[in-house]
Design a binder for this molecule. Sequence first.
Ligand SMILES: CCCCCCCC/C=C\CCCCCCCC(=O)N[C@@H](CCSC)C(=O)O
Length: 345
Amino acid sequence: MSLMCAILQALELLLIRNYIPQRSFFIALGHDEEVSGVNGAQKISALLQARGIQLAFIVDEGSFLLDGFIPNLQKPFAMVAVSEKGAINLMLQVNMTPGHSSAPPKETSIGILAAAVSRLEQTPMPNMFGGGPLKMALQQLANEFPFPANIVLSNLWLFQPLVSRLMERNYITNALVRTTTALTMFNAGVKVNVIPPVAQATINFRIHPAQTVQEVLKLAKDIVADDRIQFHVLNAFDPLPVSPSDDQALGYQLLRQTIQSVFPEVNIVAPGTCIGNTDSRHYTNLTTGIYRFNPIYLQPQSFSSIHGINEKISVQAYETQVKFIFEFIQNADADPRPVPHLHEL
Ligand SMILES: CCCCCCCC/C=C\CCCCCCCC(=O)N[C@@H](CCSC)C(=O)O
């Protein structure tokens, strides 16, 4: 929400200054972003495609200036998400004969389903650490760590098993190394003395970039291993492709340049994976450069306020958000050539 307001406010400031852009900018604000984007972003994307428009890159929400997420890393760093996890909403259902609770059967629909979802919760999907943006980010961050972590991260060919285990210890970094399994809904029973005929549970999986919808479904079926349980895929999509982050990647380099200018205290800009889902997945038909970055600091203690209690942003952080977008639009307008990568900041 704050990002949307910041975009509009930055545009207003540009208009007040009679700013006339040289290149075309599209501002796409979907009204249903939190519930799939099917009637907003998906339709905007189809309309742009019908008009023959191709985009140099797009920027959406989905990652931050991360502060305190990795133990021993003293300074914050900017993570620009160049990919995004996939997702499956899977509904499990058990149908049993209803009856009077005074003489219950050995197993009920609720008991069978509860055991199944518990198996899913207790059996994490495999740790997929080993490639993609996360490994690149850790290698870029290596020199920011004190000894011996710097040596460990510079030599992932040797220490990969150790690092992948350490990542599992924290529930946020764990989400970066595997497909996550979240039990989000459970419905059964309408009366205290009736054995219910139907029990339903919904599981929200966020798919690691190295896996697919089909692979995760197969794993889930193998873990549940109970023919009495029906599987209904409510909706699903594979992880998003990885956008370029090399020296020639215009969108990434413009973000890096603007981050360095607006947040001079940040030494490292690294590519990463968005663990949530954004509207940007509806725009893969228009560009291969999709970058997710919200120019605000995020600390682990604020993570739970996203979609949680007392979600907020300080006035100062909001002002910086506006400043970032104001500068980013002008930087993107100034020169269509990628900005050379500076290794020493
Ligand atoms: C190198 C280690 C650092 C690890 C830090 C990771 C921190 C990531 C922090 C935040 C991720 C927030 C994700 C934002 C996504 C916001 C959008 C959103 O909520 N989308 C909904 C929409 C669903 S529609 C299918 C969602 O449920 O994801």
